[in-house]
Ligand binder design. Structure first.
Ligand SMILES: *[C@@H]1O[C@H](CO)[C@@H](O)[C@H](O)[C@H]1NC(C)=O
Ligand SMILES: *[C@@H]1O[C@H](CO)[C@@H](O)[C@H](O)[C@H]1NC(C)=O
Ligand SMILES: *[C@@H]1O[C@H](CO)[C@@H](O)[C@H](O)[C@H]1NC(C)=O
Length: 447
């Protein structure tokens, strides 16, 4: 446990969505079917929001964030993004529910009208926090792994590895007992995520299933699914393709940590609502899983990572503390990472992951060898038009830019192309809010 004396400047919160209905993911491409959050899931996220409030927005808490407005939402202090990808509304709705717990209705949320009337917000002063809906079709940051041929190839290689063959042998006896519980689903180790997810959803929502399932089966399936997913969503190399979920989300996280550490930036609380996948890469890339092997598992519904930015009282640069809450009914626990036994200087974290970051859509297109999906087609078209010297107007570029830390060369190249086309609308992620926040238009993934 890290324990140095410090004051907290702010926090970056990453959560997994709450309880949801059934869900299917292609075992190779991880293209997902749609699903919905359940009332239980909404409760889990709401309670998580209340818990976060009790830690960070409560003046009597030791982790109360100095200077934060704990009653009325100050939109310059909070920045929220939600993955609008394969699980469709589940992750976005989780963010809505969490925020309702984080910033409850307040009767001081009022406005004085010219005619002397005082009006309180709806629902007793309920406050609305803007949520940036992150669409995979135009922003790769929260779902780096879809439509990525290199990732699919890496997953296939994992399935063909000797470690996988060995695990297949070890698990064969267990898997052979599962068909009666799987309603015809393929019982293969490759399909382990879908097997576990089906069993988990049924165990929670189907009384007959729950009674029929032998008591150890769900935990055994979780152990296998965790092994499977850790193998898919991590890599022995920091910049390996298996870590793509972490490599695409980290630029945003580092940018938020830096904003919080910067006294002249008002940001205090950044929150990203996610699927389970980025957690594997983040625990792997930060070395947290190496020091704490329990962090190699599938994180439960409504699990939360809180990266606190702290100022040591002894002086020196801001440090980062990694706290993780392992789902409902658990407390936050501080985990060591990057080989340290205490909070880690922010610059140490940045320097460690920097070589592996995928900072822009263009960089992602290169890493994934994609020239058509998720903005890559528009980038390729723009580049070819620019070099060909044609001046026809072209359609809206779907190429979203990641908010932070763009590689200089890429920035300059892209600025040149876009300026040439009169389409220069690049901004920091947070400045982008005005355009893409508040909406929850959901684009299907380009196949
Ligand atoms: C003042 O304006 C509000 C909003 O238009 C209206 O609902 C209210 O009835 C007005 N009050 C008076 C006293 O005119
Ligand atoms: C990351 O995961 C890979 C397995 O994909 C493992 O070989 C490697 O040791 C892990 N790295 C760390 C730092 O835990
Ligand atoms: C979180 O809980 C799961 C059971 O739901 C368990 O398998 C896992 O080891 C726990 N992880 C940590 C970090 O405690």
């Amino acid at each position: 446990m890290a324990a140095s004396d410090s004051t907290i400047l702010g926090v970056v919160i990453l959560t997994r969505h709450g309880d949801r209905a059934g869900f299917y993911q292609d075992p190779i491409t991880y293209t997902a079917s749609s699903t919905v959050i359940t009332p239980l899931g909404a409760q889990q996220e709401f309670q998580l929001g209340q818990h976060l409030r009790s830690l960070y927005l409560n003046a009597t808490s030791p982790s109360f964030i100095t200077g934060v407005n704990d009653t009325l939402v100050d939109q310059t202090q909070i920045h929220v993004r939600a993955d609008a990808g394969g699980e469709l509304g589940v992750i976005y709705d989780s963010a809505v529910a969490l925020l309702q717990g984080l910033f409850p209705a307040d009767t001081n949320y009022t406005t004085d009208l010219a005619n002397g009337t005082v009006v309180t917000g709806a629902l007793g002063g309920y406050q609305y926090v803007p949520i940036e809906s992150v669409e995979p079709a135009n922003d790769v940051s929260l779902e780096g792994w879809t439509s990525c041929g290199a990732f699919d190839a890496s997953t296939t290689a994992f399935y063909n590895s000797s470690a996988f063959a060995q695990k297949r042998n070890e698990s064969a006896a267990f898997l052979s007992q599962l068909p009666p519980f799987l309603d015809g689903r393929p019982v293969t180790l490759e399909n382990m995520w879908n097997i576990y997810d089906f069993m988990n959803v049924q165990s929670i929502h189907n009384e007959a299933f729950s009674k029929a399932l032998p008591p150890t089966f769900l935990a055994q399936a979780l152990t296998l699914a965790s092994w499977h997913e850790y193998g898919v969503f991590t890599s022995p190399q920091l910049d390996g393709i298996g870590n793509i979920a972490g490599r695409t989300i980290l630029p945003q996280i580092l940018s938020e940590l830096a904003s919080i550490a910067n006294a002249s930036d008002p940001l205090k609380l950044a929150y990203q609502s996610l699927a389970y996948k980025p957690f594997f890469s983040l625990f792997n890339m930060t070395g947290a899983a190496e020091q704490n092997p329990l962090l190699t598992g599938v994180v439960p519904y409504a699990a939360a990572m809180a990266l606190e930015v702290r100022q040591p009282l002894a002086g020196g640069e801001p440090v980062v503390r990694l706290n993780f809450k392992n789902g409902t009914g658990e407390e936050f626990v501080t985990y060591n990472f990057l080989g340290a036994s205490d909070d880690v200087p922010l610059s140490t974290l940045v320097n460690h992951v920097n070589p592996a970051l995928i900072n822009s859509t263009a960089a992602w297109c290169t890493v994934c060898s994609n020239t058509q999906d998720r903005g890559c087609g528009a980038l390729a078209l723009a580049a070819s038009k620019a070099s060909g010297g044609h001046h026809q107007p072209i359609g809206p570029v779907g190429a979203g830019f990641l908010g932070a830390g763009l590689t200089l060369a890429v920035v300059l190249a892209m600025l040149a192309v876009l300026a040439f086309l009169g389409m220069l609308t690049v901004g920091r992620g947070r400045a982008k809010k005005a355009g893409s926040t508040h909406s929850r238009v959901i684009f299907p993934l380009v196949p």
